[in-house]
Design a protein around this ligand. Structure first.
Ligand SMILES: [Zn+2]
Ligand SMILES: [Zn+2]
Length: 308
């Protein structure tokens, strides 16, 4: 943070940095480890004042989260992280530069509905939820096929046992934990590297919308969107930013936990040049992955104005 400030002081504009915002995180409604109340508690204790819950492909946590946030004096922004088809093919040179041997098979788009109150029925949000359903439901069918694949690879894993680990949208981490408990692997990392990661022997592709389709549906429902953690996609920054701008994405998650400072600034500068906003997120999944949510420094005037 201090270093970033120093680096920026030479620039034309002094930026107002803030750690109030955490606009990316997961609960047990998708692949997070903490229930919504536990997560809200943790978010509050880390000093976050503006919080978006962004479970994968589901909006089932919103109502509870808004109540939990209210009790703690936090502003809640309903959000969701939508799994989309990649917008561009990864560039080998960029992947190599990032030290990645393969690109992800999906891009994640964060949708936010800052003016929506989950306690008040909204036709446009109901329509959005309906549109989202098949993508979330696809998770169960996909999990069945992944369990079949690990069974075929000689592992004794039961589908019901994996489902029992999730209270919302089931995902690969639930299967991974079952595999670890059964002694087939020692760590999440190992499971993903050897079996479940994109392109690995037991991975199964899921159905997903294109970025452009998702953007249109989000806007029609009164929301805004930000491309999540672009570091994983293997695209040169300027190409990536002009592409997302061309399909109507509003912002880029320049300040993601996994981005080095240099990459954060590269995205911030590039976004500014072409009129995109930026967002920040810890992408907190629970204590086994990361000690704490929040603490995401962002120049707040560059956030989408509906969120500031
Ligand atoms: Zn993601
Ligand atoms: Zn996420």
């Amino acid at each position: 943070m201090k270093q970033l400030e120093k680096r920026l002081r030479g620039g034309l504009v002094m930026m107002q940095w803030s750690e109030r915002y955490d606009l990316h995180g997961h609960s047990t409604h998708s692949d997070g480890e903490l229930s919504v109340p536990q997560l809200a508690q943790k978010i509050a204790s880390e000093g976050v004042e503006v919080w978006a819950l962004t479970d994968h492909d589901v909006i089932s946590g919103w109502k509870e989260a808004s109540g939990e946030a209210k009790q703690r004096g936090i502003r809640f922004i309903p959000g969701v992280e939508i799994t989309c088809i990649p917008g561009l093919a990864a560039q080998k040179t960029i992947l190599e530069k990032e030290g990645r041997d393969r690109s992800t098979t999906s891009w994640h788009l964060l949708a936010y509905f800052p003016t929506h109150d989950p306690n008040i029925d909204s036709q446009s949000i109901t329509a959005f939820g309906k549109w989202l359903e098949p993508f979330a439901e696809g998770r169960i069918g996909r999990m069945k096929r992944m369990v079949e694949k690990v069974n075929a690879l000689g592992m004794d894993i039961e589908f019901e046992a994996v489902m029992a680990r999730s209270s919302g949208a089931v995902g690969r981490p639930h299967l991974a934990k079952e595999m670890i408990e059964k002694g087939y692997a020692n760590s999440m990392q190992q499971v993903f590297d050897e079996w479940l990661g994109d392109g690995c022997p037991a991975s199964v592709e899921k159905i997903k919308p294109t970025i452009a389709e998702a953007v249109n549906v989000i806007h029609a429902a009164g929301g805004i969107c930000s491309l999540a953690h672009p570091i994983y996609y293997g695209i040169e920054s300027n190409n990536l930013l002009s592409f997302i701008k061309s399909v109507g994405v509003d912002a880029v998650e320049a300040f993601h936990r996994s981005h080095p400072d240099k990459y954060r600034m590269e995205l911030l500068n590039g976004a500014q040049k072409i009129g995109l906003k930026v967002t920040c997120g810890s992408d907190y999944h629970g204590p086994s992955y990361q000690a704490r949510p929040g603490h995401m420094a962002v120049p707040s005037s560059y956030l989408p104005e509906q969120i500031i």
